[in-house]
Design a protein around this ligand. Structure first.
Ligand code: KDG
Ligand code: MG
Length: 400
């Protein structure tokens, strides 16, 4: 079974998605997610201009060899553009292999280790009453675990709240958000105190700091939040300096999750080996595909670290399907983020995975269980869009 052609499909059914489609000489079609929010066309070009010509005529079955060829053979390794491109090829090849055998992908990964995947979703509000309404709505939808993000008094927009929350299409230049670390650190513990009083001790609650704190600030926040028993505190610092997390670890027992911007096991190696985190956030889409993520999560397992794969709306349903198949097969699954998709996105990809009562199942369709409707995609052309940037009150650029 040889690769006949590799196509790159870009569509914006409310937000941009990049999808790689591989067709074999006997007509089996596989899909892979290559979406990199705000840098979509760079990955599209990488796949179209640099990978597709190398793959035509190659045996589609040899997934591991193809992964090594694309990774080692390029000389230039790693980085989000390269790894999202390789991930999309890898996902499409796993999709093809499973379809050609007539089984859902998880069967090729060792079968199921659990019935379904616990998910968490997002609740946001400009203030605490609005946030709590959002939490109640999410609970009514069946979600058990919820990420809480709240507006900070005195700040117009902060991560996950305000304009950024709806910031998915048509922002041809990044908006600017204003950030104030002391105000944030004063307010967030009081929000969690109120949330525990309102919703009780049992609801798994999460929070995303989005890389905004220095190590000593991160240590203090983790400690201040300890009484509220978070499921996890995410991205407390920009994790380029991984040794900095030793300080956060020694200050508190609040569980930590990091890694949504990591692309290879090498990016995560130090924090895994030193056990600085409890959940690894790398996604299949940005972490080099099913082949690489399986290895990364197996390595994490040896340090008692579980998966918490990134799953916002900008990981496409193809990438989400890959995460779900992997999640049901690995032993050290922790939780799956599920940002949810608008109807136009679900129509375009028609995924087999199902969300019920806050739990995801992969479905039983062969392969990843995802389609691509070309006619529908044509009605949703690419629209340049960027995430906001973040500045301090004096105009200094801050981490977003
Ligand atoms: O592209 C950036 C988003 O995926 C990111 O803002 C979402 O931090 C995020 C999360 O935890 O889902
Ligand atoms: Mg995050």
């Amino acid at each position: 079974m040889k690769i006949r052609n590799v196509e790159v499909l870009v569509a914006c059914p409310g937000r941009n998605f990049v999808t790689t489609r591989i067709t074999t000489d006997d007509g089996v079609v596989g899909l892979g997610d290559a979406t990199l929010n705000g840098r979509e066309l760079a990955v599209a070009s990488y796949v179209k201009d640099h990978l597709a010509p190398l793959l035509e005529g190659v045996e589609a079955e040899n997934i591991e060899r193809i992964w090594q060829y694309l990774y080692r053979g390029a000389y230039w390794r790693r980085g989000p553009v390269t790894m999202a491109a390789i991930a999309s090829i890898d996902m499409a090849l796993w999709d093809i292999k499973a379809k050609s055998l007539g089984v859902p992908l998880y069967q090729l990964l060792g079968g199921r280790t659990r019935r379904h995947l616990l998910t968490y979703t997002h609740a946001t509000g400009r203030d605490i009453p609005e946030l709590f309404d959002a939490v109640r709505r999410r609970q009514e939808q069946g979600f058990k675990a919820i990420r809480l993000q709240v507006g900070i008094p005195g700040l117009a927009d902060i991560y996950g709240v305000g304009t950024a929350a709806g910031h998915t299409a048509g922002f041809a230049k990044p908006l600017v958000e204003v950030w104030d670390t002391p105000a944030y650190m004063r307010f967030v513990p009081s929000m969690f105190e109120a949330a525990r009083n309102e919703f009780g001790a049992e609801v798994p609650m999460l929070h995303d700091v989005h890389h905004r704190l220095s190590p000593i600030e991160a240590a203090r926040l983790a400690k201040d939040l300890e009484p509220y028993r978070l499921f996890w505190l995410e991205d407390v610092t920009p994790a380029e300096n991984q040794e900095a997390l030793r300080l956060v670890r020694s200050a508190s027992t609040t569980p930590l999750a990091i890694g949504e911007v990591f692309n290879t096991l090498w990016d995560a190696q130090e924090i895994l080996q030193k056990q600085y985190i409890d959940y690894l956030r790398m996604s299949v889409t940005h972490g080099g595909g099913v082949t690489a993520m399986r290895k990364a999560l197996d390595f994490a397992a040896t340090f008692h670290i579980r998966s918490g794969m990134h799953g916002p709306e900008d990981v496409s349903p193809v990438g989400m399907a890959a995460a779900i198949h992997l999640g049901v097969s690995i032993h050290n699954f922790g939780i799956q983020e599920y940002g949810g998709y608008r109807e136009s996105t679900m129509e375009l990809f028609n995924p087999a995975f199902e969300l019920k009562d806050g739990y995801l199942t992969p479905g039983e369709r062969p392969g990843l269980g995802v389609d691509y409707d070309d006619a529908l995609a044509e009605r949703h052309p690419y629209s340049a869009s960027y995430l906001p940037v973040n500045e301090l009150r004096d105009g200094t650029v801050h981490d977003w």
